[in-house]
Structure formats: structure tokens, C-alpha cells
Design a protein around this ligand. Structure first.
Ligand SMILES: [Zn+2]
Ligand SMILES: [Zn+2]
Ligand SMILES: [Zn+2]
Length: 140
């Protein structure tokens, strides 16, 4: 089958130096290596941000067996979400900003930042059945 895709100008694969191509995925447009399937390197496109990939969160992807990091991304509608850097290999994504801090109650690997009218901005454990929350400036 012929490889039909748009070459991304000036974007080379940082693994094998082949040109990157523009692809459409579930979370919008991203770049994939034209050397696929030999090279499965991908990176996300950010308007006005020539460097591939959004801002890293320092939070490791919780998906089992995945070594990716959660990075800031934008959905096609412009809403910010946090998805695995290894997308499309890994499709883990959450809406809340993850914070690299282990839940002291249940050991969940990260907390998320939430803003509500009642509590303002606070950190919360996303694990089902765990109600741990704390204010963002409480440092221990
Ligand atoms: Zn490559
Ligand atoms: Zn992942
Ligand atoms: Zn917890």
C-alpha cells in the first residue's frame, strides 16, 4: 500500500532523521515518522510551538507497561488535556492536570489539580474510592 501523507516541512524524526509526516488521530493532528513501520516515532503538533510535544508534566503514564510521560495537549476543540507522550501507541488521556505526587492515602502514582467554586484550586487523588484532597500550597 502506498504511503499517503503530507510531509511536515522542516521536521525530521529525532530517532532516524527521516522526514515526519502529518497524520490525523483521535486527539487531532500529530506527526509520525515516514519510516513507519520500521520507526514508530511520533510527536504532537502545537500551533506556535515548533518543538514537538507539549509541555511535560513530569508524571509517568500510569498505563501498565508504558514508559511514557503525560504531556499537555489540545483537543481539536482547543480544550487542554493531558495525554501520554507515546500516543498513538498509548491512548491514555485525562482532562485534569496531573501532579507528580503520590497519594499518601492509597499510593496512587499522581494527584490531579481541580478547581471548584467551593474549594478553589486544590489537589485531589483520582483513584476510585479515595477521597484524598489537599490545598496546593500545603508542603510537607
Ligand atoms: Zn523515525
Ligand atoms: Zn502511556
Ligand atoms: Zn488516593
Amino acid at each position: 500500500m502506498e504511503f499517503e501523507a503530507d510531509i511536515a516541512e522542516g521536521q525530521l524524526c529525532d530517532k532516524c532523521q527521516r522526514p515526519m509526516v502529518v497524520k490525523q488521530g483521535r486527539f487531532g493532528t500529530f506527526l509520525a515518522c515516514s519510516g513507519y513501520p520500521e520507526c514508530k516515532n511520533t510527536s504532537s503538533i502545537h500551533a506556535g510551538q515548533p518543538q514537538g510535544g507539549g509541555e511535560g508534566t513530569g508524571v509517568a503514564c500510569p498505563e501498565e507497561g508504558c514508559s511514557g510521560e503525560l504531556v499537555e495537549r489540545k483537543s481539536r476543540r482547543g480544550k487542554v488535556f493531558y495525554g501520554c507522550k507515546r500516543y498513538p501507541d498509548c491512548t491514555f488521556a485525562i482532562w485534569d492536570k496531573p501532579i507528580a505526587e503520590k497519594c499518601p492515602d492509597c499510593g496512587h502514582p499522581y494527584l490531579v489539580e481541580k478547581t471548584t467554586k467551593k474549594l478553589g484550586t486544590h489537589l485531589k487523588c483520582p483513584a476510585a474510592g479515595c477521597n484524598f484532597t489537599r490545598s496546593p500550597d500545603e508542603k510537607e
